[in-house]
Design a protein around this ligand. Structure first.
Ligand SMILES: [Zn+2]
Length: 252
């Protein structure tokens, strides 16, 4: 299996042998290839290179799940919640802890309207991926404590900031029993301004068990959501809450 441990053992042995036998350029080529694989493993959460992440459900049933990252946000969490309520869709919201103060009502709405609250870290710091495992854990726990103080529930599902995984994150989340959750369809709605393109991108990737990644900060997502929900249902899919679709425990 291509994971961090096996890859490191293989390249450790290979580079050891090459240092003795090979010319220098072959050693450098092997080091570059190893670095490239580490980068791919960090960037593509679906590979499960450092941490096994739930990125879809293993099912043939026509069911998918919506997830929204980076809220609670003044624009457009409430409007997205209104739309989900109108169309009776239960979704997962991976919230950022530092955005909660002053927006507690949005968090309570998420909980009370049947959605799932997941942990997307407290800080969502730009350099989060370079934090030590201890600092990562403190950051994640800070967010979980806030949600528990507010709702009485402590999230178990964690979506890594920027979707980046690495050995420190693996060390940070393993002891706490958190489950890492990725996605199978990335809408890229933080940069995509064109509703039609966003819609087509989602529909093209639709498969049984898919987890869709949106942001409740995206105006494009807010605009396209009614059409998307309608079309997904027309194609015979139901939209289920992520933890229910994947049989995961959402809270402690
Ligand atoms: Zn994020």
């Amino acid at each position: 299996m291509l994971n961090f441990r096996n890859t490191s053992i293989f390249f450790g042995l290979l580079i050891g042998v090459l240092i003795i036998l090979g010319p220098l350029w072959v050693v450098i080529a092997a080091l570059l290839l190893y670095s490239f694989l580490l980068f791919l493993g960090s960037y593509f959460i679906q590979l499960g290179f450092y941490i096994r992440s739930i990125c879809s459900a293993d099912t043939k049933e026509k069911v998918i799940a919506f997830s929204f990252d980076d809220g609670p946000a003044d624009q457009y969490s409430s409007e997205i919640l209104d739309t989900l309520k109108q169309y009776e869709v239960e979704a997962a919201f991976f919230c950022i802890g530092k955005r909660i103060p002053g927006r507690e009502k949005i968090v309570m709405r998420i909980m009370n309207e049947g959605h799932l609250i997941g942990n997307h870290s407290y800080s969502h710091h730009f350099w989060f991926d370079l934090f030590s495992s201890r600092r990562m854990l403190e950051d994640i726990n800070q967010m979980n404590d806030m949600v528990r103080a507010l709702t009485g529930q402590r999230p178990r599902l964690f979506r890594p900031p920027y979707g980046v995984t690495n050995p420190n994150l693996s060390k940070a989340i393993r002891p706490g029993g958190l489950t890492s959750v990725g996605w199978s369809i990335r809408s890229l709605d933080t940069v995509e301004r064109n509703e039609d393109r966003l819609f087509k991108k989602i529909m093209k990737g639709l498969r049984p068990g898919a987890i869709l990644l949106f942001h409740d900060t995206s105006k494009t997502t807010l605009s396209v959501l009614p059409l998307l929900i309608g079309t997904i249902r027309e194609q015979g899919y139901s939209i289920r809450r992520l933890d229910k679709m994947c049989n995961l425990q959402a809270y402690d």
